[in-house]
Design a binder for this molecule. Structure first.
Ligand SMILES: Cc1ncc(COP(=O)(O)O)c(C=O)c1O
Length: 437
């Protein structure tokens, strides 16, 4: 979908052919729904390589990447330190099904950064939240759970009620085939009174409240000041636990995630994305008294053939070695620069918008209303985002192919890349203005 100004980065012949082949044998042609471009239209770009802040697709188009594999690539693509660590690990063997030193090193790094007593490594954020939920139910002997509309915690059955991200992007109702959501109480995000009411109506029955530490799956919506602390106080007063889902925010918005950034605390935490450095690794953790209930120390079962995989641990550890105070200062500054550029371009084009931030994560809502929750996020002008997205894509900037996803910066963004984004934004803002309501 090249725009009328004849942008150069719109060759799609090879991606189109790959997509057609894939669509014959893979549902929707993709292995994770939002990749399919359904909400923005056009051909999903099949990437063949990445270096630093740039990636190249099957037609030779290059893009400055503001998705970063949906968060993990905080130091950019193929960082030499990460590639070297993965290569050295691979040369020694890819998996053993036994404990390995790399797992110990990664777990030590994670506990040192977060202050949790114990951590269990898994393969995906979905597994982390699924396991933390099981542990919370086992520890409390209760079954009900509270989650917030628009928060996505992976495709765990009871958490797929009013989930954001792909479910929202594709305008799907909560997925068929899901069981157990009758035990899930869904509340509006950032609404303390709703949390109070839920506990008043279900005394002694709620095992846990799970919340994204800062929401990033309905677009970025930070918790209102004190929200996470107040919900924890309400939950604890009733004997329920709090799970802070840091899969997206963990090690991204600060050395130890949103918790370190804001001071919010919880009983259990889930991590993923950055801690795997672009390979499949995730984790859940908490204080000893809870985590020691996990098998084989305790009775709560959870396991994985590839959990703590040596390559993933090496990538995660190498990435975290690069996650220094200097890197976070750079990410914060880059994020502010990009927010300013986007605001300027959209304001000059007269496009209603709100830049919404949570630390260095941000997204642009195409609405002029405040966005504290999912209901408000859904008032945005999806057609305007679609036009904006394609104009950026055609000029070599890869944004999330959905108006409900966070934009991610990496430490690899250089001045040339920022210049390219700055040049592209006014075109994209004008494209959005043409279709804006
Ligand atoms: C906050 C949050 N929790 C959990 C998940 C699920 O992680 P994964 O896709 O690794 O299963 C995601 C994925 O985007 C997420 O953003």
């Amino acid at each position: 979908m090249a725009d009328s100004s004849g942008a150069p980065n719109s060759r799609t012949e090879n991606s189109r052919e790959l997509f057609e082949r894939a669509s014959r044998i893979v549902p929707g042609g993709v292995n994770s729904p939002v990749r399919a471009f359904r909400s923005v239209g056009g051909t999903p770009r099949f990437m063949v390589s990445g270096a630093g802040c740039r990636m190249t697709d099957a037609d030779g188009n290059t893009y400055v990447d503001l998705v970063c594999s949906w968060g993990p690539l905080i130091v950019g693509h193929a960082h030499p330190h990460v590639i070297d660590a993965v290569g050295r690990a691979a040369a020694k063997g890819t998996s053993f099904g036994t404990p390995t030193p790399g797992e110990v090193a990664l777990a030590e790094e994670l506990t040192a950064r977060t202050g949790v007593d114990k951590i269990r490594l898994v393969n995906s954020g979905t597994e982390a939240t699924m396991s933390a939920l099981r542990l919370a139910r086992a520890a409390t002997g209760r079954t009900k759970i509270v989650k917030f509309a628009g928060c996505y915690h992976g495709h765990v059955d009871p958490l797929l009620a009013s989930a954001g991200s792909g479910v929202l992007t594709l305008a799907l109702p909560d997925s068929p085939g899901v069981v157990g959501t009758d035990e899930t109480i869904v509340l509006p995000y950032n609404d303390v009174d709703a949390v109070k009411r839920a506990f008043a109506e279900n005394p002694g029955q709620i095992a846990c409240v799970i919340t994204e530490a800062a929401a990033g799956n309905m677009g970025v919506v930070a918790p209102r000041d004190g929200f996470n602390r107040e919900l924890a106080a309400i939950a604890h007063a009733d004997g329920a636990l709090v799970i802070l889902d840091e899969v997206m925010t963990g090690f991204r918005v600060s050395k130890n995630g949103w918790s370190g950034y804001s001071g919010d605390t919880a009983d259990l935490y889930t991590y993923g994305k950055v801690m795997g450095g672009g390979l499949p690794a995730a984790a859940f953790g908490g204080r000893d008294e809870l985590m020691s209930r996990m098998a084989p120390e305790g009775p709560v079962y959870q396991a994985g053939t590839l959990s703590g995989n040596p390559l993933a641990c090496a990538a995660g550890l190498a990435t975290l070695e690069l996650c220094t105070d200097e890197l976070y200062a750079k990410l914060d500054a880059t994020s502010v620069t990009l927010q300013g550029l986007a605001t300027k371009a959209l304001a000059e084009a007269g496009v209603p918008h709100r830049v919404s931030t949570a630390g260095n994560m941000f997204s642009v809502f195409f609405t002029d209303a405040d966005v504290p929750n999912l209901e408000a996020a859904q008032t945005q002008d999806a057609a305007a985002y679609r036009a904006f997205f394609h104009a950026m894509l055609d000029r070599g900037v890869y944004l999330p192919p959905s108006a409900y996803e966070a934009w991610f910066v990496s430490g690899a963004l250089d001045d040339d890349a920022l210049g390219l984004i700055a040049d592209a934004l006014p075109h994209a803002a004008r494209a959005a203005a043409k279709v804006a309501k």
